[in-house]
Design a protein around this ligand. Structure first.
Ligand code: PEP
Ligand code: MN
Length: 337
């Protein structure tokens, strides 16, 4: 349920209503907008006496929230959530581009990629150190060694870094190196992992599972939010369909739909969403046109030599061209790069 306070409700009226909600054994989530305050109520499974709340001073009305996600929902938090990542803000006017290799392979490969994506205007560096590979015989990532290289690239370029964490016990280690913790598509419903990143102090990039619905994605975000971490970025990265020409089918409608249902920032991954470098730039442009708050894109200096996902990685000059073309698209939808 949400409690909509009257325009101009006083701080003591808000405090009284919050105290009453807590007395009922429920949790309070305050959202103070410019116009009015909204009090989100997370129930304890028992019916809430909304009429008793509606009689309190300063209350305009109560509205039941029928959707299963609460903290992630726009009803609870009508304004877009924005939060800073190393000086840039995600969820605001600016489109945030995270770019880099699928996997960290070596100092040279990572440094070269970091420099070129930075020069092209990327805001954050991506790179996997713990790789969730379909085959146990594929390259599994450099592990902590890769995280150290990532930290080095961050020191040299000043860019924040995003990298995947695959297990709850890895969260403290990955958090010491990464600015943003990535939850991969295959881990979207690893609830122990969601719980662990929910208790961490780092923003989380939560990727949609390849066979997950929008509601399941938002319920996974709800796990993180309900464990105390409010900095969650949702990521559409394509889902499985019957279409074999693309690696996944990127669900472009997920972007406006997630923005409608939730206040959380939404980013799109056109690399895993398509699986082919030729499709990455057009789909990235479509994502920005559809209202995405950011992109995460695989770039490799020599994709033909990449240890993973070479076929969907952009060469540096193609990434640069993409960044240039995105500026015009961003401006056309009232945003900026
Ligand atoms: C990745 O970002 O390299 C990755 C493995 O993505 P996903 O979890 O979306 O497959
Ligand atoms: Mn990849």
């Amino acid at each position: 349920m949400i409690i909509i306070m009257k325009h101009g409700a006083t701080a003591s009226e808000i405090a009284n209503v919050s105290a009453r909600v807590e007395q009922m054994g429920c949790q309070v989530h305050l959202s103070e907008g410019e116009e009015r305050t909204i009090i989100g109520v997370i129930g304890n499974g028992r019916p809430i006496d909304h009429e008793r709340i509606e009689r309190m001073s300063g209350v305009e009305r109560t509205v039941p929230v029928l959707r299963p996600f609460k903290l992630a929902s726009r009803d609870f938090h009508p304004q877009n959530s924005t939060f800073p990542i190393n000086g840039t803000t995600i969820g605001g006017d600016q489109i945030i581009v995270m770019a880099g290799p699928c996997a960290i392979e070596s100092t040279e490969q990572l440094m070269e990629t970091a420099q070129v994506v930075k020069a092209a205007g990327a805001h954050a560096l991506r790179g996997g150190a713990f790789k969730p590979r379909t085959s146990p015989y594929s390259f599994q990532g450099l592990g902590e060694e890769g995280l150290k290289l990532l930290a080095e690239a961050r020191k040299v370029t000043g860019m924040p870094v995003v990298t995947e964490v695959m297990a709850p016990e890895q969260v403290p280690l990955v958090s010491t190196y990464a600015d943003i913790l990535q939850i991969g598509a295959r881990s979207m419903q690893n609830y122990a992992l969601l719980h662990a990143v929910g208790e961490s102090q780092r923003p989380v990039l939560l990727k949609r599972g390849m066979m997950s619905t929008i509601e399941e994605l938002l319920m996974s975000a709800e796990y993180i939010l309900s464990h105390g971490n409010q900095r969650v970025i949702l990521c559409e990265r394509g889902i499985r369909t019957f279409e074999p020409y693309t690696r996944n089918t990127l669900d472009i409608s997920a972007v406006p739909l997630l923005k409608q249902l939730s206040h959380l920032p939404v980013v799109v991954d056109p690399s895993h969403g398509t699986g082919h470098w030729e499709l990455v730039a057009p789909v990235a442009r479509a994502a920005v046109a559809a209202g995405a708050d950011g992109l995460i894109i695989e770039v490799h200096p020599r994709p033909e030599e990449a240890w993973s996902d070479g076929g969907q990685s952009l060469k540096p000059h193609r990434f640069e061209e993409l960044m240039t073309s995105l500026k015009a698209i961003a401006a056309a939808v009232g945003r900026r790069l």
